[in-house]
Every structure is written in structure tokens, then in C-alpha cells.
Design a protein around this ligand. Sequence first.
Ligand code: EPZ
Length: 422
Amino acid sequence: MDAILVTGGSELNGKIPIAGAKNACLTLMPATLLSEEPLTLTNAPRLSDIKTMTTLLESFGSEVSNMQDGKVLTMSSHNLNNLTAEYDIVRKMRASILVLGPLLAREGRAVVSLPGGCAIGARPVDLHLMAMRALGAEIDLHDGYIHANANKGLKGAIIEFPFVSVGATENALLAASLAKGTTVLKNAAREPEIVDLVRCLIAMGAEIGGEGTSTITIQGVDRLHGATHRVVTDRIELGTYMLAPAFTGGEIECLGGKIELLSSFCEKLDECGIVVEQTENGLKVKRSNSGLKAINVETEPFPGFPTDLQAQMMALLCTATGTSILEEKIFENRFMHAPELGRMGAKIDVNGGVATVKGVDQLKGAPVMATDLRASVSLILAGLAAEGETLINRVYHLDRGYERVEEKLSNCGAKIERVRGQ
Ligand code: EPZ
């Protein structure tokens, strides 16, 4: 079953529980490698990427058990018997590169497959390697693998990133927490997932300050102990479902949602005519009576507009009044949803990193193809608003990052089901 069939036209009303953040969990899980004691994560999302990271950690000798239907993960990395992250696993999920820092910090060596690119871009890891070298590791690249050695242990350093990288910031944080001496990360990423990782490392005994700002300081410690940490709410899933009622009419309450996770996104929602109200249980969202207005969007590192919500916003703007301009400044090829939306009648002109969207009255359902995780869900949202049926093929992308999407949307009145693909 690798397709989803959506029949447009139903208003959405109800509550949607927002899961723990995929992009936090994927950097929290490798932290188990830093300690011989168990690390427990609660509020973990049930996603295929989490299963892939579990397989990778188990390949090193970590024991991973999950309870409460996968929402609680307990990982124990008492004895590691393998330090190679195989291509066959890494190619399935690029976040596997995040085991590099912790393996080097714990064992002084690691062999990690280069992740390779993906649909949205080349996705190099040069900043990850720069950070590891700065901490004293020797890095050789051959046979498609990163061969890293730090047999004298890692040493604290000042690491200045030429541009913001979430993953490189995370790898450096994981490695520096056990390095000898002080590490300062300059031009560090400020995403909530970074703050969440730091909170978990501090619970394990790390000494870190400045998280959430561009300068993070880590005082290396000799060892880290076990901890229990609750995964932060997924701001990208939150933003995705906040947009849903703007496509269909009605009102949705996103349980667990907080405005501070998405402040610049919420400013853009207000600008285009979407009303957001913070309740004690989450965020209540509905379309204003004046309808949707065209807006301009530029994706930026946090606290700017998230690149992971660009596709979803583009889908919404296809039926806004006026012409919108979206500039994708993080990834070089993240407009693959545009031609698929075009099949549904959208008027989108792409020129390099800039997409111009001329609003049309109504999208029409059509068979379309998902190309990456966030494009998949933008096509589902477009299908909710379109006239007739939309069949979204290759939705295995979707299952990597959205937990039970049909269930969450059909519980609010959407006509959506999983079917065999074309
Ligand atoms: C993380 O990817 C997220 N993934 C991405 O989410 C997200 O889009 C991205 O951050 C930006 O917010 C996870 O957290 C698992 P970057 P990451 O390093 O760390 C270039 C999703 O849909 N770069 O901040 O890989 C890179 O190519 C995914 O959930 C280098 O050139 O992103 C990109 O153009 C997609 N060299 C830019 O920097 C490097 O060494 C930002 O990438 C590293 C990155």
C-alpha cells in the first residue's frame, strides 16, 4: 500500500495530537552512545525513521526497547562491539551521520558511510567533518566511508560554522560533551531541536550553555550518566496540521502546540488570513472570514520561516487571492512539489530558488507523486481542498515523518484512505 487517496471538499473540525519531534528524536537517540548507562526517551514519535535509527544503534551493539506502542524508547549502550555505520542503513536515512560524533567521543574511532544526497539536494557533510577535525579527529574519506580516528581522545576547540547547519551543530555538541576542555560553537543552529538535545545532554551530566543562541559553550566532562528525557513537540508536524483547516474551512486544535515553536511561521499565517489562538491544550486554528491573501515567504534557519514548512505553505497559497513569492534559501532543489501541484491546476512558476504562485479559485484532484517527505504531505493538504479525488503515489516518504496521518485527518472529517499505488 504505497498511495493515499484523498477526496476533497470536507471541512475539518476537531483535535489533532502532535507527536514528539522526528528531528529531535533522531539526534537524541545517538546520545545513548555517549554513556554506558540507559537513556530513556518519552514522547517518541512512531515513525519509520526512528525504526531505522534503532536498527543502526543495534548494529553497534546498543539494546533498544520500546514500550507504550513505541512512545517510550529505552536504549542501553553498555558494550559496543561494532563501530561501522553501514551504507545499507545510512543510505535510507541521512541523519545516521549523527552517530559520528558520539562514536568518536566514546570510542575514539568510527567508520560511517557518507550519506549521499537526497531528492532535495546534495546534502554534503563537510561541516560535520570540519567540526570533528577541529576537535582533534583524523578524518579520511575512501570507499564511500568516513574513517575517523581520535585515539588520543577529542580536545575542546573553537568551531566557527561558515553558515548555519543543524546537523553539524548537533554532531559537534554530541562529540564536545566528552571532549577534554572547552568547546565554543559559533554560528551554531538555534532550532528547538538543538535546545532539546542540550537539555537531554545536561540531564546526562553534560555542562553546556548558550543553547538557542548562535554561540554554544560546552565544558567537556569525563563521563555521562543515564537519563530520562521527553522529546520536544514536533514543530513541523504542528505547522503542517495548523495549515489543514486553512485549506478546508473549519477549526482544528493542535494538541501540545505552542506558538514559541513557530513564531515566524505564525506571523505568516496571520498575514495570509489564518487565525491562531493559544489554548491551555494547544493551538486552535481556523481560516478568517476574509479568505486567504497572497504573501511572500523566505526560508531561513530558526527563528526564520522553516524550510520544512515551505511545501505546505506553497500548497496553501495556490488558492490564495493574489500572487505569492516563495524563496527557498536552505536547499537547492526543494520545489519538486510544484509540478505535482501544477497537475492539480496550480499556477506556479519556478526560477532557481524562487517560486511565483498565482492564486487560482480551485484546485482539481489528480494522480500525483510524492518526491520527498514534506512534498508528500503538501499534496495531501492540496487534495483536501481540491475538487474530486487526488491519488498521492509513493507515500513511503510520508511514513518517515508523519505518524498515522490518515487517522489524524479522518478523525477530523477528512475523506482519506491508504490504497494500492498506480
Ligand atoms: C536538518 O537537516 C533536518 N533534518 C532537515 O529536515 C531540515 O530541513 C534541516 O535541518 C534545516 O532545518 C534532521 O534534523 C534529521 P542543515 P540537516 O545541515 O541537518 C548544507 C525534514 O524534512 N550543508 O541545517 O541536514 C545543506 O546541504 C528534513 O525533516 C552543507 O553544505 O540540515 C543545506 O543546504 C529535511 N554542509 C544547508 O547546509 C554540511 O556539512 C542546511 O543544512 C551540512 C549542511
